[in-house]
Design a binder for this molecule. Structure first.
Ligand code: ATP
Ligand code: MG
Length: 231
């Protein structure tokens, strides 16, 4: 099933790519989702909330330069890099930035079918806000206990999932807020971005991590996905 099958293409849908685990593949997934939607003739806007790393912004700027250089009409989304105040923001700063981001997304939703938002790999106030305005949340992670830690706790002996961790708790709060405020149920896809290599699947740890990731996907009420199912 592709993303387009899951949601109607006529209204502006907000796709947030998030995970507090750094380096799990958020920006890479955001790029592929945005370009793949454009290749399916969807109008796409992108927002980079990681104004420190600017991975998505750099990618789009490079793609734009490349398109000019080779004089080809490559798909380039309408893009904004949203700068978060990281210098001890006050509650007023956070509220003002939050309103500016929400207003921007609402305006984009009138003209674009999809708004793809890339978030930083840390707990940030704009990242939390983005999670609470998502129609679709994609959380990439690897088949690794190191990645699974942010989603759930795992029993060391049985390798079964025993509880919810900080990122999953934040997602649950954001989904509840979205539901109560807007009557919208956010679709949450936990995406196995990089699968274990064949040889690690044969170790107890490799097998256990893959199984625990799958178990966490079900116990947290999110939909399992593998990277190749998204395109
Ligand atoms: N499916 C994949 N297969 C192989 N390499 C990948 C895959 N997805 C991402 N990578 C690589 O992993 C690294 C981290 O990816 P990326 O920057 O997208 O992660 P991120 O979650 O956005 O990181 P950060 O938390 O720092 O923003 C990059 O070198 C990227 O090229
Ligand atoms: Mg990134």
């Amino acid at each position: 099933m592709s993303i387009e099958d899951a949601i109607p293409s006529s209204s502006g849908r907000v796709i947030v790519v998030g995970n507090e685990k750094g380096g799990s593949g958020k920006s890479t997934v955001a790029m592929h989702v945005a370009i793949s939607l454009m290749k399916s003739n969807q109008r796409v806007a992108t927002i980079d909330l990681d104004s420190r790393q600017r991975t998505l912004t750099n990618y789009i700027e490079n793609r734009f330069d490349r398109a000019q250089h080779i004089t080809r009409n490559l798909e380039i989304p309408h893009h904004l890099c949203f700068v978060e105040n990281t210098n001890y923001p006050t509650a007023e700063d956070e509220a003002a930035d939050g309103k500016a981001l929400t207003d921007h997304v609402v305006a984009l939703a009138r003209n674009y079918s999809f708004i793809v938002i890339d978030t930083p790999g840390r707990n940030s106030y704009l990242g939390r806000l983005a999670h609470s305005i998502a129609d679709i949340l994609i959380t990439p992670l690897n088949d690794s206990f190191v990645d699974l830690d942010v989603l759930g706790t795992v029993d060391r002996l049985t390798m079964g999932v025993t509880g919810t961790s900080h990122y999953a708790q934040m997602v649950q709060d954001a989904r509840l807020l979205r539901y109560r405020r807007d009557d919208v149920s956010t679709d949450w896809f936990v995406l196995r971005n990089r699968l274990s290599m064949r040889f690690t699947q044969h170790t107890l740890c490799g097998r256990g991590a893959a199984r625990a990731v799958t178990e966490a996907q079900f116990s947290l009420h999110c939909r399992p996905k593998r990277a190749r199912d998204l395109s």
